[in-house]
Design a protein around this ligand. Structure first.
Ligand code: PLP
Length: 460
């Protein structure tokens, strides 16, 4: 279609017939959209031929980059062989079995069984239901509360949206589902006291979980749910003291741990899962996005043997599933995607080289007049924009300056996402020195242009 319709026509039809996710529809209609027509390696191209370096890997998805013929070939072959069959009727098929086995192999040792869906939201809904079912099977039906964090994003369905902490996501589901609580984020730059070290802050943030468990009554708490690194919340990287303390608290109260690895899964930190990077022990990992590098919708949860044992030892049904649970084409592409990462040593590349390269790239901007902090882990990075570097004072009207900056980035040919006034990046795992250099050049320009636009608001 994009080849046949002129850009103006596409924009017009888009505005009249296509409703976008997470948008202010009035202003989107006024501003219009950019039409993306092609992807190649680390770049996307718009309908006017502009090449843009994709610093968000799509939407934290496209870890192996665009234009992978191997993935298209596998999808084609699987569509010709068996494009669809369900896994409801005591039926299975080779792609779902092969991918499940492979995921069990790369996941932490105690997670060996996979339940599939199509989106991260679905997989979190699955996890919520399975966690509560588990506690019923264990004879502790009162354990229903799931504790999450204040700026967590776990998806847009009503259950996953309620588990997430973002108030603007809760807004349209009012009243949100019962049974979720939200504690502080491990966000040192934004929430530490004057002079509080990252170490001390990390412990304080972890202990907020314990305080909440005690407030709820430990016998009522089913699980703690968290992203190892909060992504959509603004690439909030926990201080080193946070996860060990959280794990201790989880163990002390015997609650389950749901690690939402929808962003961090499949190599983003240079390990298959960020749980392995941080040495935490989830009972459930949820994944999506980079499971197929975004080439097809596929998500799932990887489940602890002890939960599977509970299912096997009881006669009760678990009444949950999706038509596309274990879709054969998506599974075949998922398996090939993992093979590509293995064949090209993409995880080692992140671990041994690219994580440090991203950190070095961001570090160059830490002294810029509107930059409060830069931070990164693996291939997840952030730049905090502030009006006053010394006091960490934000700009008035949160998000305004982030959008100004985001637009400069786009115009200059590199995509960074604005989370309010935090610019975030998640490059694909295939970046080479050339892309880091290119990104560095654009960051310098985009920050300077943003500074020029808001200079009057910046502390001297
Ligand atoms: C950590 C996390 N969990 C869940 C989701 C929801 O995934 P989806 O948009 O595929 O439903 C997202 C989406 O960005 C996410 O970042």
């Amino acid at each position: 279609m994009s080849n046949r319709l002129q850009t103006a026509q596409i924009r017009d039809l888009d505005s009249r017939h296509h409703l976008h996710p997470f948008s202010n529809h009035k202003s989107l209609r006024a501003s219009g959209t950019r039409v993306i027509v092609k992807g190649e390696g680390p770049y996307i191209f718009d309908s006017e031929g502009k090449r843009i370096l994709d610093g968000m890997a799509g939407l934290w998805t496209t870890n192996v980059g665009y234009g992978r013929k191997e993935l298209a070939d596998v999808a084609y072959a699987q569509m010709m062989e068996l494009p669809f069959y369900n896994t409801f009727f005591k039926t299975t098929h080779p792609p779902v079995v092969e991918l499940s086995r492979k995921i069990a192999e790369i996941a932490p040792a105690n997670l060996n069984q996979v339940f599939f869906g199509s989106s991260g939201s679905e997989s979190n809904d699955t996890a919520i239901r399975l966690i509560r079912h588990y506690w019923v099977l264990k004879g502790e039906p009162k354990r229903r509360i799931i504790i999450s964090r204040k700026t967590a994003y776990h998806g847009s369905t009503i259950a996953a949206g309620s588990m997430g902490g973002m108030s603007h996501v809760h807004q349209h589901s009012y009243p949100v589902y019962e049974g979720f609580r939200h504690v502080m984020d491990p966000y040192w730059y934004g929430e530490s006291f004057d002079g509080e070290t990252p170490e001390a802050f990390g412990l304080r943030a972890a202990r907020a979980l314990e305080d909440e468990i005690l407030r709820c009554g430990p016998g009522n708490v089913a699980a703690f749910a968290a992203e190892p690194v909060q992504g959509a919340g603004g690439v909030k990287i926990p201080p080193a003291s946070y996860w060990p303390e959280v794990q201790k608290i989880i163990d002390k109260y015997g609650i389950l741990f749901l690690a939402d690895e929808v962003i961090t899964g499949f190599g983003r930190l240079g390990t298959w899962f960020a749980s392995q990077y941080y040495g935490v022990r989830p009972n459930i990992i949820t994944f999506a996005k980079a499971a197929t590098s975004g080439y097809l919708p596929l998500s799932g949860i990887i489940i602890d043997d002890k939960i599977v044992d509970a299912l096997m030892n009881h006669d009760d049904d678990f009444n949950h599933g999706y038509t596309y649970s274990g879709h054969p084409v998506a599974c075949a592409v998922g398996l090939k995607n993992i093979e590509i990462m293995e064949d090209e040593n993409l995880l080692e590349g992140v671990k041994n080289e690219k994580a440090a390269r991203l950190a070095a790239m961001l570090d160059k901007f830490k002294d810029h007049p509107i930059v409060g902090e830069v931070r990164s882990v693996g291939l997840l990075g952030a730049i905090e924009l502030v009006a006053d570097k010394k006091t960490r004072r934000r700009f008035a009207d949160p998000g305004r300056v982030g959008l100004i900056c985001r637009d400069h980035f786009f115009r200059e040919g590199y995509i960074m996402r604005a989370v309010f006034d935090t610019m975030v990046t998640a490059p694909p795992l295939i970046w080479k020195e050339e892309q880091f250099k290119e990104a560095e050049g654009v960051i310098a320009k985009a920050l300077d242009m943003t500074y020029r636009d808001v200079k009057g608001e910046v502390a001297a």
